[in-house]
Design a protein around this ligand. Structure first.
Ligand SMILES: NC(=O)c1ccc[n+]([C@@H]2O[C@H](COP(=O)([O-])OP(=O)(O)OC[C@H]3O[C@@H](n4cnc5c(N)ncnc54)[C@H](O)[C@@H]3O)[C@@H](O)[C@H]2O)c1
Length: 358
């Protein structure tokens, strides 16, 4: 097991990913958007949902399982509620359009809601929360995903470990960015451990028989553990209601598994954007958010903690660091990116074995 890390500059990684995705047939603006989402995940330290997934996405589009150039069709239901058919496009492209449409409606009416079907895996849910924050909006983001987890009390997978995300802007303090899978960890963390040849902590996952395991490869074939038993299971069901049942997408264990099944995933999403101005005014809202952040930060740390952080703060700090030092990739990830460059005939990404200068 190698602990060597290879650092790459985020802008260069984005340009590299854009070239690969264009070679795979995506229109330039879609390739750029998807590349930016992947790099944003890596920069924020959510490297389970960044470039490490590119090989799999390229293979899906090459095999005709994802539409490289979807026609995104909107069906207006009411002035504030719209449905978007993702035409089996990449989740990043479809979801960005979904959130953009929710924001557009919230700008005018104070709230906008968009349901989405015929989409695919959309990566890090915080991406769409950050998109809403940039427009000054509070947001709620829902998605569903392939079955990985049993409902509470069950021994068979039925539920996705679909992340719930929410955001709220602040004035001078850090914004609220909650992005959480209803499982103890995201499956990407188990996939990364398996790729790196590392074990996983007990409590993350079960084997096929429902027994706890620390073997990342056994866990990959087994089941994910929900957070808080019935609570995590209940949130996972809510994700399926908002994203699947309501939108017309697949639900209840029928979302395609992008790693195992050669069929379109038919993932569903739901995006809600809320303009704080309509309630107490944008400025007052943001000032009150600052107060909330300050009060959270001022709480005395418990034993074993140095400080109390706001949701999204660990990722925010990492993004500051990685923007300067570069994104650290493991040997296996570097090899995957080098192989992709060779097979698509694009110049390899530049790596440094030491952190880059700020
Ligand atoms: N698209 C999909 O189908 C899918 C499925 C599962 C997970 N994911 C993604 O995987 C990523 C990881 O998910 P996860 O559940 O493992 O996240 P996580 O457990 O790393 O973090 C969950 C939340 O806790 C916050 N947090 C962490 N440490 C904190 C601290 N010390 N103080 C305050 N807040 C803190 C984080 O900011 C985050 O909002 C997410 O980006 C998620 O969207 C995607």
């Amino acid at each position: 097991m190698s602990a060597v890390r290879y650092y790459a500059q985020p802008q260069k990684v984005e340009a590299f990913a854009t070239s690969l995705l264009e070679k795979a047939g995506l229109p330039p603006e879609h390739a750029k958007l998807m590349a930016a989402c992947l790099v944003q995940a890596d920069v924020r330290g959510v490297d389970t949902h960044g470039m490490a997934r590119l090989e799999q996405y390229l293979s899906r589009v090459n095999n005709g399982l994802v539409n490289a150039s979807p026609k995104l069709e909107l069906v207006e239901k009411t002035p504030v509620v719209t449905h978007l058919d993702g035409d089996n496009g990449f989740g990043f492209v479809v979801a960005s359009k979904g959130m953009a449409e929710a924001i557009k409606r919230a700008e005018v009416y104070g709230i906008g809601m968009v349901t989405v079907n015929h989409s695919n895996h959309f990566g890090m849910a915080a991406t769409y929360v950050i998109q809403a924050l940039e427009a000054g909006m509070i947001s709620l983001v829902f998605t569903n995903s392939a079955k990985q987890m049993p409902p509470f009390g069950g021994k068979e997978t039925l539920l996705g470990i679909s992340p719930f995300a929410a955001g709220a802007p602040s004035k001078n303090e850090i914004p609220y960015v909650l992005d959480m899978a209803p499982s103890v960890v995201a499956k990407g963390k188990i996939r990364r451990a398996a790729r790196r040849g590392e074990p996983i902590p007990e409590g993350w996952a079960y084997d096929k028989e429902g027994k706890p395991t620390t073997d990342s490869n056994i866990a990959l074939d087994g089941m994910m553990a929900p957070i808080g038993g019935p609570k995590g299971s209940g949130i996972a069901i809510l994700m399926d209601i908002m994203s699947g049942v309501l939108s017309g997408a697949a639900f209840g264990g029928e979302v395609g598994d992008q790693y195992k099944e050669a069929k379109p995933q038919n993932v569903g999403h739901c995006f809600i954007a809320i303009k704080p101005d309509v309630f107490i005014g944008a400025d007052e809202f943001k000032s009150r958010m600052d107060t909330l952040v300050q009060r959270v930060h001022a709480v005395a740390p418990a034993s074993g903690f140095q400080e109390v952080l706001f949701p999204g703060e660990p990722e925010y700090r990492l993004s500051k660091l990685r923007s300067g030092q570069g994104i650290p990739y493991a040997e296996a990830e570097k090899k995957m990116l080098d192989d992709a460059a060779a097979s698509y005939g694009v110049p390899s990404l530049e790596f440094s074995e030491t952190p880059l200068a700020d």
